[in-house]
Structure formats: structure tokens, C-alpha cells
Design a protein. Structure first.
Length: 193
């Protein structure tokens, strides 16, 4: 029967068990020379000490393992459990990262298709004319591009962004804005790691 250990509750395992012994440090002349505790073979957790072996299990003293050996076994099982947990966590993180990468790739593909559409070309022309073909970043250069101040409406429905979410801008200002934004995102990711 597999171990059903939950939340590290010592002695609550329902898996196959073995018995551990150690010399009784408390009045061995009254309680006997040894004390015993069960150990789950699946997870290594140990239960509470008992003065004697349970008679219903028909366990012989020779079938019991010393406490030191049982502790090493318990540590090995715990190390194995932690390793499996870390492997599963890493696998899930990689799956999540891959999913985010695919979503981002899909978003950019759709966005670039939208930028080729007649709807975008019409909006782009309106924004350039509204801003008199002057870069709204430096107020010096001729504006040749249109920048989204936010993608909030685009993310809801491509093409639904209002014109006040768009600004005419020159290529150097546009490139500079996105370089700064990328640097901030990388710094934020580095802080989270």
C-alpha cells in the first residue's frame, strides 16, 4: 500500500512499515532495555515510541532496525522527496515560461499583422496629421512612426484603441523609449529572480 503521508504528520502514514529500536534511556529496569517506534518504508517518517513491539504484528526483535540506521533512511527519503519536489517545481516553471513565450510570440505576430492592416494605416495617418508630423518626444524631428502609449484597448480588441492612446514620434525617440522599457523589464525580472 503506498504512503499517504500528508503535511509531514509524523506517524500518520498508512504505508508499509518497519520497526525501529533504540536503547531505552528512561529507567530500563522498569520499562525494558529497548523502546520501539514504527517507520514508514515509503516516506521514512517515524511514529511515537512504544515500550514494546505490538503483538498483533508478530514482529521479532531481529526484524527491527537500529535507530541510527532508521534516521539515515529517514534523511535519505526526505532528501529524495525534496529533490522530486524541486524537479517538479522546475518542470512547472519551464512549462509556464514556455507558455508565456508562446503567448508573447502569438501576440507579436497578431500585432504585426494588425500594423499592416488598412485600419491601422488610417489611424496612423490621422495621428501623424493631428501631431503635425512633429515628434512628440523631442519636438524637433519629423515624426515618422506612431507609438502606442498603452496596449490596454488593443489587448481587448485589436483596432479599438482610441487616438489619444497614440502619439506621433521619430524613430530615434521611439527606439530610445523601447530600449529604456526593455531595460526596466530586465531589471524587474532580475529583482524577482
Amino acid at each position: 500500500m503506498p504512503c499517504k503521508k500528508t503535511g509531514g504528520a509524523v506517524g500518520k502514514c498508512e504505508g508499509e512499515k518497519r520497526w525501529v529500536f533504540e536503547e531505552n534511556p528512561f529507567q530500563p529496569h522498569i520499562y525494558g532495555d529497548y523502546r520501539f517506534k514504527p517507520q514508514c518504508i515509503e516516506c521514512g517518517q517515524m511514529g511515537r515510541y512504544q515500550a514494546t513491539l505490538p503483538t498483533e504484528d508478530r514482529i521479532a526483535f531481529s526484524d527491527c532496525v537500529p535507530r541510527k540506521e532508521a534516521s539515515i533512511y529517514q534523511q535519505e527519503k526526505e532528501t529524495e522527496r525534496v529533490r522530486k519536489f524541486e524537479e517538479e517545481r522546475e518542470r512547472r516553471l519551464q512549462e509556464d515560461e514556455e507558455e508565456r513565450r508562446r503567448e508573447k510570440e502569438t501576440w507579436w505576430r497578431n500585432y504585426n499583422e494588425y500594423l499592416q492592416s488598412p485600419a491601422w494605416q488610417s489611424k496612423r495617418g490621422k495621428v501623424l496629421r493631428r501631431d503635425d508630423f512633429i515628434c512628440q518626444g523631442c519636438f524637433t524631428n519629423e515624426a515618422t512612426e506612431v507609438h502606442h502609449l498603452t496596449y490596454e484597448h488593443y489587448n481587448i480588441e485589436p483596432g479599438s484603441e482610441p487616438l489619444f492612446h497614440l502619439v506621433a514620434i521619430c524613430k530615434p525617440c521611439h527606439d530610445n523609449y523601447h530600449a529604456i522599457k526593455k531595460r526596466r523589464e530586465e531589471q524587474a525580472m532580475a529583482r524577482m529572480a
